[in-house]
Design a protein around this ligand. Structure first.
Ligand code: AMP
Length: 112
């Protein structure tokens, strides 16, 4: 069987992390190595290794992740100032954790 991802270990309480949002499908944590004042990760509980592995049946889940990100942007008061949502994919994309996650980044003027 495939090894658990860091995010599955957090969800199973085998790794310490503050879960700032949770519902039946999705949870969110603060990135341990933030690149901006607000840097959250929106993560599906279902293990999907990369965006390449998203199937038709995951369409609603991916949409829900964006809805959760939007609501968290409002909660952290960066909805009006602006923010960025990013899925890094595979090596060139800078993916380091092979369990898809949406980065929500903001709180300052972002450089590309
Ligand atoms: P990516 O490089 O797109 O795969 O993003 C993985 C992110 O997970 C990185 O920004 C890491 O800083 C973050 N990360 C890794 N381990 C943890 C952890 N234990 N708690 C919170 N964030 C983490």
């Amino acid at each position: 069987m495939e090894e658990k991802s860091i995010f599955e270990m957090i969800l199973d309480k085998e790794l310490e992390s503050e879960i700032i949002y949770e519902d039946e499908d999705i949870f969110s944590i603060k990135d341990i190595n933030p690149i901006a004042p607000v840097h959250l990760l929106i993560i599906p509980k279902k293990r999907i290794n990369t965006i390449n592995d998203v199937s038709d049946e995951d369409t609603l889940l991916i949409g829900k992740m964006v809805q959760v990100a939007k609501n968290l942007a409002k909660k952290y008061e960066i909805d009006e100032s602006g923010y960025r949502l990013i899925f890094n994919t595979n090596d060139d994309g800078g993916q380091s954790v092979y369990h898809i996650h949406l980065h929500l980044i903001g709180g300052e003027k972002l450089k590309w």
